[in-house]
Design a protein around this ligand. Structure first.
Ligand code: M6P
Ligand code: ZN
Length: 192
């Protein structure tokens, strides 16, 4: 008989997004993703400071065959030039694997894109629940002046594929404009 897996409980600080006992923390500073930003002069000016861009607190590993990861991501407020702080963004290795986000704090955008180049952007605000179907690559962007905090659940076997976004970027980028956050076409993407 297989061993009974005990239920797990974790708590997230809703304001800070920090789980007190995460099983793992993934941290990304600017130097970890310098080439993801468009304004390389602005990158160079910030690299000595090398600010934290985001942290993901994995609160549950898919132990015992439950089949789900869960984690809370905190993206700091800030910009590289006029481009807002953001996650790297990724596709799932298992193309049909979906993901769900729940925004806990802050304001942002969830930028999604298929490998064929279809784009969908959703506003993130406290309480917004986002269903990301398989096939859609996804990136989150903090467009506000406080941390953007969201909870995510994804299948154990989804896998992270960073290659496509690393090479081509996303088709649409989020910049600070005169009237607030603005969608800007990525010239590098269109040129490929
Ligand atoms: C969310 C989930 C994670 C992801 C994290 C950071 O919490 O989608 O799977 O790792 O955001 O995003 P990325 O891996 O693209 O840097
Ligand atoms: Zn994902």
């Amino acid at each position: 008989m297989s061993e009974v897996v005990l239920p797990a409980l974790n708590m997230v600080d809703l304001a800070g997004g920090v789980a007190p006992a995460p099983v793992r923390i993934v941290e990304r500073r600017l130097a970890d993703m310098a080439h993801y930003y468009q304004d390389q002069d602005a990158v160079a000016a910030l690299l000595e400071e090398n600010p934290f861009i985001y942290r993901t607190y994995i609160s549950h590993d898919p132990v015992g065959g439950c089949g789900l990861f869960a984690g809370t991501t905190v993206i700091e407020p800030g910009r590289v030039g006029d481009e807002f702080f953001m996650t790297k963004g990724h596709h799932h290795v298992k193309e049909e694997a979906p993901e769900v986000y729940l925004t806990l704090r802050g304001q942002g955008r969830l930028v999604m894109q298929t490998r064929a180049g279809d784009v969908e952007i959703q506003a993130m605000a406290p309480g917004s629940i986002h269903h990301i179907p398989g096939v859609w690559g996804h990136r989150t962007v903090n467009t506000g002046d406080e941390p953007l905090v969201f909870f995510a659940v994804w299948p154990a076997d989804a896998g992270h594929d960073y290659a496509a976004v690393e090479q081509k970027g996303f088709r649409q980028l989020m910049f600070a404009g005169a009237d607030g956050p603005a969608v800007v076409a990525n010239p590098a993407y269109e040129g490929m």
